[in-house]
Write a protein that binds this ligand. Structure first.
Ligand code: ADP
Length: 398
């Protein structure tokens, strides 16, 4: 069975074709600048590459281009569209409606449309991805997999904001959390690495990429996570501020005569975090590189970045009443040994101490000292595979 996994953004679309037999990626590609001059298409099938620029006005044209590339006689991966059994879509927000993945039907589509106000930046694009597939491949079932679903096990004490309760009842304002497929995938692997049953484990997963979030996993379930109503809350990210006093908004807006809240949120989403603090870049490689050359602001940025994550780890150890492991994943967590050392320091009181010989580029598995009672583990995440697995399970049950 072959499953197409799609992650549709407002002007982009990433995809993977996964053969579920051996869970292997048969094709991988992306379309960028959809609806903008100079649409860029790129697909890789083993060492065969299709790479071109051609304006595409919308996601329907982009999906048509994906189908043409996948079935390309020379550089494609399949002979006909009919070989694709189903499409799994990454959908940002499931609200409280969708606690797990669902088959796309008229009813579930209606439910997803009702959630657009909770994710106004991403949801319209995600839904456009689904509708485009329905147009181009009308006989192929679609499944929606939600970034928020894994965190739906959080108890009210963790997900409620201390604002008038009416906002929760009326508008569903609460903490939801994101990166759910990554946290779920990693959470499923860690217990075996610890040699324990999931119900006996307490660990923190640090998904550290451009967007970053932590989750506290107790008994196999998420009991807390750092992102909130939107992905803006939590730790310092590539270009997002993470936590801050909401009154900062009023202060900046009044002083700099900003009248549009969207402009203000754009500063917090796109111009803050590593980029805003260092003044250099949102990319960890640039900031860490500058810190190694002695740039004082880059060093302070690295310290603030690691410190915030460390505070969350401490908070989650307290929330769970103990900690068996700290798990590092995603672009930074998997690849950057120096950045990891900014996170894992002063945590000996929790039993976690980095082993510098194990914490090197390319490391995976346990990177803490042998006597650490709380292990530090590097795990490669996979955000597409859980989408493909859910899609397969749902269409097989039809
Ligand atoms: P996202 O999926 O959120 O866009 P990623 O998980 O790809 O992000 O992570 C991007 C971050 O990971 C960047 O800050 C980048 O510097 C860092 N990163 C990615 N690859 C490497 C690498 N090989 N070495 C060091 N850092 C890396």
């Amino acid at each position: 069975m072959k499953i197409l996994v799609i992650n549709a953004g407002s002007s982009s679309l990433k995809y993977q074709l996964i053969d579920m037999e051996g869970e292997t990626v048969e094709a991988k590609g992306q379309v960028e600048r959809i609806g903008i001059e100079g649409t860029h298409f790129k697909q890789k099938v083993a060492d065969k590459v299709i790479d071109y620029e051609r304006n595409m006005k919308d996601h329907v044209e982009a999906i048509e281009a994906v189908m043409a590339a996948l079935t390309d006689a020379e550089k494609g991966a399949i002979k006909s569209m009919d070989e694709i059994s189903a499409v799994g879509h990454r959908v940002l927000h499931g609200g409280e409606t969708f606690k797990e993945s669902v088959l796309v039907t008229e009813e579930t589509m209606k439910g997803m449309k009702e959630l657009v106000p909770l994710g106004p930046l991403h949801m319209p694009a995600n839904l456009m991805g689904i509708e485009s597939c329905q147009k181009v491949m009308p006989n192929t079932p679609n499944v929606a997999v939600f970034d928020t679903a894994f965190h739906q096990t959080m108890p009210p004490k963790a997900f409620l904001y201390a604002i008038p309760y009416d906002y929760y009842k009326r508008l569903k304002i609460r903490r939801y959390g994101f990166h759910g497929t990554s946290h779920r995938y990693v959470a499923s692997i860690v217990p075996d690495m610890l040699g324990k049953k999931p119900e006996d484990c307490k660990f923190v997963i640090c998904h550290l990429g451009n967007g970053s979030s932590l989750s506290a996993i107790k008994g196999g379930k998420c009991v807390d996570t750092s992102m909130g109503l939107t992905p803006l809350e939590g730790v310092i990210m590539g270009s997002r501020s993470g936590d801050l006093d909401p009154a900062v908004l009023e202060c900046i807006m009044e002083n700099d005569h900003i009248t549009d809240i969207h402009e203000m949120l754009n500063i917090l989403n796109k111009k803050s975090g590593l980029a805003g603090l260092s003044g250099l870049s949102s990319d960890m490689r640039d900031v860490r590189g500058a810190s190694e050359k002695g740039d004082p602001m880059a060093i302070t940025t690295m310290e603030a970045w690691g410190y915030r994550i460390r505070k969350y780890i401490g908070a989650y150890a307290a929330a769970m009443g103990g900690l068996d492991a700290i798990v590092l994943t995603a672009g930074i967590g998997e690849n950057d040994a120096v950045a990891r050392s900014y996170v894992i320091q002063d945590l000996e009181f929790l039993g976690a101490k980095l082993d510098p010989k194990k914490n090197v580029t390319g490391a995976s598995g346990v990177i803490s000292t042998d006597d650490s009672t709380c292990k530090v583990i590097v795990v490669a995440t996979n955000e597409e595979l859980p989408i493909a697995r859910d899609t397969k399970a749902i269409v097989e049950a039809l």
